[in-house]
Design a protein around this ligand. Structure first.
Ligand code: SAM
Length: 335
């Protein structure tokens, strides 16, 4: 009989765990990090599985192809593995089935007892996450590099963070010394969560404004008020239904960027990120460039936003690198 630690899924999980451990990513009081990413690190039953660590609680995502029994089997393998590896003592594992289209089911408990409400984790700052009663824990781990970048660059900036969700990028800018951060999201509960995250990091209330509203209503409004920001962040979902109608990254990127450019100050930083596998790089670039040209603006490219190394993908499948974006600095404007 083949011993468990020699079986392929165990070896794949162990390999992923070991390099993160060596890189120090599992250290800290309550680390938040992706510990396994199936599309790059798994085969067979683990290919469509991701495992996120939030302190010693875990969130397993299972994508479309292997839901049902296979999803449960993959979850059980992950639980067995974590029981043997989690030095701090495995507290709980929750699993979410994510269909390719439509809303995921509610997450369910595979092991232990997850906190019933929000609890604190550490990454580039302190963030509240929630494993039960939500379709997402509240912290996008693929944006860790962008949060790091904001922590080291945002000093004295005024920042407008749109599509802000739970405000992790606002917090990172706040920790980085931004003089003022405006956090805007359509969802009122997300904006409340963002405000809690801001407070958790002991950032001053007078350095922040929180707005529950539609980006397509608020960007023109801020323009009418003559507001300009040193940094504007755009991180839209692939599709959304707002007060001002529908939005999709496959159709409306230029329109969104035109509105954002109207509130960008001189030498301002535009951070534009999308997580749409169906919009290729060339298309994304063309839309942003078209908006810049229409406004007579030119930009310096500071950084390309890409998936972090904790989200490796197969080299042969570049289309799987769904996260894409630019950090740009406004150079000049035609008179
Ligand atoms: C991909 S999440 C953003 C993640 C966030 N930037 C982060 O790093 O945690 C997309 C967010 O956009 C918000 N949203 C969708 N349509 C919107 C709109 N028209 N106006 C404002 N926010 C919108 C959603 O409520 C959701 O919180």
């Amino acid at each position: 009989m083949v011993k468990k630690h020699l079986e392929t899924p165990y070896v794949e999980l162990k390999r992923a765990w070991s390099w993160r451990k060596q890189a120090g990513l599992l250290n800290g009081k309550a680390p938040a990090v992706r510990v396994f990413y199936g599309p790059g690190e798994g085969t067979g039953i683990l290919e469509n599985v991701a495992v996120d660590r939030f302190a010693s609680h875990y969130w397993v995502t299972v994508w479309e192809d292997i839901q049902g029994n296979q999803g449960r089997e993959a979850g059980a393998l992950v639980v067995d593995f974590l029981k043997s590896e989690e030095d701090a003592g495995l507290q709980s594992v929750v699993l979410l089935n994510r269909p390719e289209k439509g809303v995921p089911e509610d997450p369910y408990i595979l092991h232990g007892a997850p906190p019933s409400g929000r609890f604190e984790v550490e990454e580039t700052g302190r963030y509240l996450v929630q494993l039960l009663g939500a379709k997402h824990p509240g912290l996008f781990l693929d944006h860790r590099p962008l949060r790091n970048w904001l922590v080291s660059h945002a000093r004295d900036w005024t920042v407008l963070n749109t599509f802000a969700y739970t405000g992790s990028l606002s917090v990172a800018a706040g920790i980085g010394g931004a003089s003022h951060v405006t956090t805007l999201d359509l969802s009122k509960p997300s904006v409340v969560w963002a405000e809690q995250n801001w407070k958790l990091n002991e950032l001053a209330a007078d350095r922040a404004r929180f707005i529950a509203g539609d980006v397509f209503e608020w960007l023109p409004r801020l323009k009418r008020e003559g507001r300009k920001f040193d940094c504007v962040i755009l991180d839209p979902p692939s599709f959304s239904r707002g007060a001002k109608g529908n939005f999709s990254t496959s159709k409306d990127l230029k329109k969104l960027h035109l509105l954002a450019l109207d509130v960008l100050g001189g030498e301002g930083i535009l951070i534009s990120s999308i997580n749409s596998a169906n919009v290729p790089w060339a298309r994304f670039e063309a839309e942003v460039l078209a908006a810049a040209r229409e406004r007579g603006m030119s930009f310096e490219l500071l950084k390309r936003i890409d998936l972090p190394d904790t989200f490796p993908t197969a080299f042969e499948k570049p289309e799987e690198r769904y996260l894409k974006g630019w950090i740009l600095r406004l150079k000049n404007q035609k008179p």
